[in-house]
Design a protein around this ligand. Structure first.
Ligand code: ADP
Ligand code: ZN
Ligand code: ZN
Length: 745
């Protein structure tokens, strides 16, 4: 029998990845006279009836396809690969680890503009005087004064861009007439404006003198001498983590290197960028979802060519190529926004560590509430642990009290004691922060006569009542409906709301504390950036007011005039069905509490709970997140859950539940065989309907895998995914894989 090689094509072919869900690469012939193409170069290729952009992944000296079936690369789009070797390797690793098609991974790692056949650097058209031009010729032009003027404009320059010429009042007709006479000629050049760099001062005059713990942290980072090492800075809010980051960054800038800083959400924490801009006199670019495509491309290119010295961005910025990488910093490393929840589901924090290893640079993860994963890595000595346990600049930490509300009648969620405290702080000219983890007016609308409850037609979930503007909204799929005034089931007008969200609390507090403004800060009220900014400005004046809001308040903002933080309800986190629920609650409460008493004014934190004696709350009130985290780690160990085990979640969704379960049953039978064959210790749980069984009109189910070793899990998933790919999936049903899932809903 002939080997496939002998019937295929012999000669140079390129392996090309395309942005599609197909987990494979395609063979293409080189262009006739093309130079050798390195991995990571973009090319345009014929694909079916279309022309698309693909990436060179590698090459081979033969193809299993016959010459007649092979197509040629149409065009080479990049003069050199878009990614340095290290980043390209990192992206290959990501594709393997997260089991996501390489074409989609590469595509996700570049700015949108480069996903089309656009060249990396747009060249601009310039005009210059041709050699032919001499003083005699200029003389002859006196009857064409515009042409003469243009020649005189171009004469002293080496060439001017077409735009500059037009801006000076010349028309294209004038340029054309001179070109016809061969007096001027055009040439293309990269716009010089995009490659300017700011010089960097070599000393850092504004650096603060560090306290002992900060100095020890900086020393440890310096000792790496720019080799890979990952540090976890466990530093309470206000302990001066950012100051340590900045001094470590200064070292790199002095050595002419670049710094990459990841933050959870730039739009909510613009002050981080401002602080860097105040400190460092060099080009700083940011990369986040609020940019236009052109802005994003400009930031990305200047990071890649080395002109931007500091790159600060959200999750996807972790893939930004740097020409001179020096250090990677992930601030608020515990934040769940570093995990991408759709499509290419990656963890930017975990990739940051891989990237540091690949590029041989130090990585700093910082948080006031480190994730259990990172703490565990310090126990394993994979990360070095650095602690900042005191507030820098002399501010005192807040005290925390748990207020037992088991026997208390609450008014819009508030006990009398809490209201008394709020009044006390406001009257003393201080600000009060009230935290509740739910936006809208109330989570439930029900009928007092027949018990009807407003539910989303597309999800198995209740509609949340909103009053601004009046409506019912599904927080899971975005459905919105007008607010019923009578029950659609029994026509009774006796509709009532249950539970409370930010809007209900806002209404209540406004009526209760009439002489103080109440500022509601949640996803609805901050949608307009301008409105959010004006609220922040008001808060910054330091005048007494109530800041009322959700999660957003826990993210990085400094509220120095706040002396009381009130957490209205801690109980939903205590009994969450999600195995990360308690960790998440502890992080949120600690982060929100960290907003109080940052300045000289001592702060206090009051947490209301009907389970005040719960051990988690007890530990939290000792302001000891780390002890609590250690306890939670113990529990995870006993339950064999992350970080002591590794999870992978296969999800299926479709128009009927049964079809999704059927698909997962097939996958489960594949997995059982694989596990038997390899005798590996992998457990599967399910298939079962997802905790949120129906969302946006689609039914969802899931199958969970658990393994104690990452390599075993990875090998298993690679084989499993290969088998799933060969399955014929029922129409309308989709499956996806989430490696190291954060959310199980
Ligand atoms: P974190 O990032 O841990 O929340 P920051 O770096 O923002 O802490 O520091 C909190 C406050 O303390 C800031 O106002 C900062 O200027 C100040 N600070 C930090 N380090 C020092 C220091 N060594 N001496 C005096 N003030 C400091
Ligand atoms: Zn009714
Ligand atoms: Zn819905």
């Amino acid at each position: 029998m002939a080997s496939p090689q002998s019937i295929g094509y012999k000669g140079l072919i390129y392996k090309i990845a395309v942005p599609s869900p197909l987990r494979r690469v395609f063979d293409y012939l080189p262009q006739d006279s093309a130079k050798h193409l390195d991995p990571g170069t973009r090319v345009q290729i014929p694909f079916g009836k279309r022309k698309i952009v693909g990436f060179i992944i590698g090459e081979a000296d033969h193809s299993e396809l016959k010459l007649s079936r092979l197509k040629c690369i149409n065009a080479v789009l990049d003069e050199e690969p878009l990614f340095p070797q290290e980043i390209f390797n990192l992206l290959l690793w990501c594709s393997n680890y997260y089991q996501h098609p390489i074409g989609e991974v590469l595509s996700a790692a570049i700015p949108g503009k480069l996903r089309s056949a656009r060249p990396l650097h747009l060249k601009k058209m310039f005009w210059r005087i041709s050699k032919k031009v001499n003083s005699k010729i200029i003389e002859q032009l006196t009857r064409a004064p515009k042409q003469k003027a243009l020649i005189e404009l171009l004469l002293p320059s080496e060439g001017l861009s077409k735009q500059t010429i037009l801006d000076q009042g010349f028309t294209q007709v004038v340029i054309n007439s001179l070109q016809e006479k061969n007096f001027v000629e055009s040439f293309e050049q990269q716009d010089p404006q995009t490659i300017t760099t700011k010089p960097l001062p070599k000393t850092n005059l504004k650096a603060l003198s560090l306290n002992n713990e900060q100095a020890a942290a900086l020393d440890a980072i310096r000792k790496t001498e720019n080799k890979f090492e990952c540090f976890l800075i466990d530093g309470i809010t206000g302990s001066g983590k950012t100051e340590v980051y900045m001094q470590a960054m200064q070292d790199q800038l002095n050595a002419d290197k670049q710094c990459l800083v990841l933050v959870p959400e730039i739009s909510l924490t613009p002050q981080t960028v401002e602080r860097f801009a105040e400190r460092f006199d060099c080009q700083i670019v940011s990369l986040h979802s609020g940019l236009t495509d052109n802005e994003r491309l400009a930031s990305w290119t200047s990071a890649r060519d080395g002109s931007a010295r500091i790159v600060i961005g959200t999750r996807s910025a972790i893939f930004t190529p740097l020409s001179k990488p020096g250090i990677i910093i992930v601030d608020e490393e515990h934040d769940s926004s570093f995990k991408q929840q759709e499509g290419f589901r990656y963890s930017a924090r975990d990739i940051a560590v891989m990237r540091g290893r690949e590029e041989r640079v130090p990585v700093i993860l910082g948080s006031a509430t480190p994730s259990l994963e990172s703490l565990h890595n310090t126990e394993l000595n994979k990360f070095s642990y650095l602690s900042l346990s005191e507030r820098a600049g002399g501010a005192s930490t807040a005290t925390m009290t748990i207020l037992d509300t088991a026997e208390t009648i609450l008014d819009a969620g508030f006990s009398d004691q809490l209201l008394f405290k709020i009044n006390q702080h406001l009257s003393a000219n201080n600000q009060v922060l009230v935290f509740i983890n739910r936006r809208g007016f109330a989570p439930i609308l029900n009928c007092l006569s027949c018990g009807w409850i407003a539910e989303c037609k597309d999800c198995i979930a209740q509609m949340t009542v909103h009053t601004k503007p009046p409506s019912m909204r599904c927080h899971h799929c975005g459905n919105s409906q007008r607010l019923h005034s009578i029950c659609p089931n029994c026509r009774s007008p006796e509709l009532s709301t249950l539970g409370a969200g930010t809007q209900k609390l806002e209404q209540f507090l406004q009526q209760r504390f009439t002489s103080f403004p109440v500022m509601r800060i949640d996803r609805d009220s901050t949608r307009s950036k301008k409105k959010f900014e004006s609220m922040l400005d008001k808060i910054r004046t330091g005048d007494p007011c109530v800041l009322l809001g959700t999660q957003i308040l826990a993210k990085g903002h400094h509220f120095p005039a706040v002396t009381l933080v009130a957490i209205v309800d801690a109980d939903s986190g205590l009994f969450s069905p999600d195995f990360r629920g308690q960790e998440f609650m502890a992080q949120t409460i600690t982060q929100v509490a960290g907003r109080a008493g940052r300045a000289e004014r001592p702060g206090e934190v009051i947490v209301q709970s009907r389970h005040a004696s719960h051990r988690i709350l007890k530990l939290l009130s000792g302001s000891n997140y780390i002890d609590l985290a250690k306890l939670l780690l113990e529990e995870r160990k006993i339950a064999a859950m992350p970080p002591y085990a590794h999870l992978a979640l296969i999800k299926a969704d479709g128009p009927q539940l049964k079809a999704t379960i059927d698909l997962l049953k097939q996958i489960k039978s594949f997995s059982t065989q694989l596990i038997l064959q390899s005798e590996s210790t992998i457990h599967s749980i399910g298939p079962m309907p997802a905790p949120m069984e129906k969302k946006a009109g689609r039914y969802r189910s899931q199958l969970l895998f658990k393994a104690t070793s990452k390599p075993i899990m990875q090998r298993f998933l690679t084989q499993l995914v290969c088998q799933i790919e060969s399955l014929k999936v029922a129409t309308g049903v989709k499956w996806s894989l989430d490696v190291d899932p954060q959310e199980m809903i």
